[in-house]
Design a protein around this ligand. Structure first.
Ligand SMILES: Nc1ncnc2c1ncn2[C@@H]1O[C@H](COP(=O)(O)OP(=O)(O)OP(=O)(O)O)[C@@H](O)[C@H]1O
Ligand SMILES: [Mg+2]
Length: 352
């Protein structure tokens, strides 16, 4: 083998042996290497990720560094990261948004933790540096304002609604517009009008991710929301037990009927960690994984039960902020990275 000399070509050749673990192509083919500079023995470049929440960033960095260091004459490798979230240019509804990815969180059943997942995922993506919005489409039981600790909207400007902001996330909910405790009775067209306005009349700005918390169930209202909102993908939240599984299958069918790709399954309340180190499986086990396997979608992770999750929601300080090192917060963080990765894969597969 001819000894390689240090040059732009040899660095790119080395980096073309490093595969992006999720997109299954090399960094050079994916045009992820930017600003390559060689100065004496020092090689510096940026890696342009498809999401700032990239779960495999460390692995990519290590592999890129190792590959470049093998070239004779390299004394130092400086790697920076940057991110450009690919645009899912799908054209599913007539609503146009400056949002690269719109993701709905759904379940067949109520009370399984959709809003909890939506809130913590949104904050986690924002903490990674992404521009994130959170739309509470649960017009029957809007819990997002309480969970995010925001009570009202800022004044609107130029006739457009300014979303509230908490933990770096822009938030919109019908909860801002009604008196607490007031019953909400919606007829089909009103529901459509309200959600349409939440999308078009709210000054979301440019967003990388808009997370949508759907109302529980798989009835007409939910179905029509998935048709109205220009979704890039849907996430199903389920509990481990059989009855929740059966409801989740209906949630999955709802997305499929409306041609919304299912990005994966999240299992919530998987177990309770006991003081003696053992785990109690209150709701049984395995439902989430089984659902993902049988429906051929990704299993995005399990979130343990923890009273801190509940108190975080009630106090307006979600667990990912209040106890970032706890097991549920770490699970939610990993899940948010996987969702971002699934969205990148799905957007790039569409050729954009
Ligand atoms: N992993 C968990 N550990 C402990 N409590 C949790 C966990 N996940 C959610 N909870 C709590 O369970 C309750 C229901 O969760 P949440 O409101 O997120 O569910 P939901 O699916 O959005 O409900 P709904 O169908 O009513 O909209 C909340 O009080 C929440 O704080
Ligand atoms: Mg909810």
């Amino acid at each position: 083998m001819i000894a390689k000399i240090l040059s732009e070509e040899s660095v790119l050749a080395a980096l073309s042996t490093v595969e992006e673990p999720e997109l299954h192509k090399d960094l050079v083919t994916l045009k992820m290497i930017r600003d390559l500079v060689i100065k004496e023995g020092e090689v510096s470049f940026s890696i342009l990720l498809t999401t700032p929440a990239c779960p495999l960033r460390n692995r990519i960095e290590n592999e890129a560094r190792t590959a470049v260091k093998r070239i004779p004459g390299v004394s130092n490798v400086v790697i920076r990261f940057d991110a450009n979230v690919p645009f899912d240019g799908r054209n599913r509804t007539d609503i146009k948004l400056n949002v690269k990815n719109v993701v709905a969180i759904a379940s067949g059943k109520g009370g399984v933790g959709k809003s909890t997942v939506a809130v913590n995922i949104a904050i986690s993506l924002a903490q990674c540096g992404a521009k994130v919005g959170l739309l509470d489409a649960d017009i029957y039981g809007p819990n997002i304002p309480t969970m995010m600790g925001v009570d009202f909207l800022p004044p609107s400007s130029n006739g457009r609604i300014t979303p509230a902001e908490a933990y770096g996330v822009k938030v919109m909910s019908i909860g801002f517009l009604i008196e607490p405790g007031q019953p909400l009775i919606w007829r089909g067209p009103m529901l459509h009008t309200a959600i349409r306005q939440f999308l078009t009349d709210v000054e979301w700005g440019d967003l990388d991710y808009l997370i949508v918390d759907l109302p529980p169930g798989t009835g007409d209202a939910q179905l029509s929301l998935t048709q109205l909102i220009p979704l890039s993908g849907g996430i199903i939240v389920t509990l481990p037990q059989k009855v929740s599984y059966e409801d989740a299958v209906r949630g999955m069918q709802m997305f499929r009927e409306t041609n919304v790709p299912v990005l994966g399954v999240v299992e919530n309340m998987s177990y309770l960690q006991l003081a003696d180190g053992t785990q109690m499986e209150i709701f049984g086990s395995g439902g989430g994984k089984r659902l993902a396997e049988e429906s051929k979608t990704a299993f995005l992770g399990s979130i343990p039960m923890d009273p801190m999750v509940r108190s975080g929601g009630d106090s307006g300080k979600p667990i990912i902020v209040s106890n970032p090192d706890s097991a549920p917060a770490r699970a939610l963080k990993d899940i948010s990275g996987l969702i971002a990765a699934e969205l990148s894969i799905s957007a790039l597969a569409e050729g954009r």
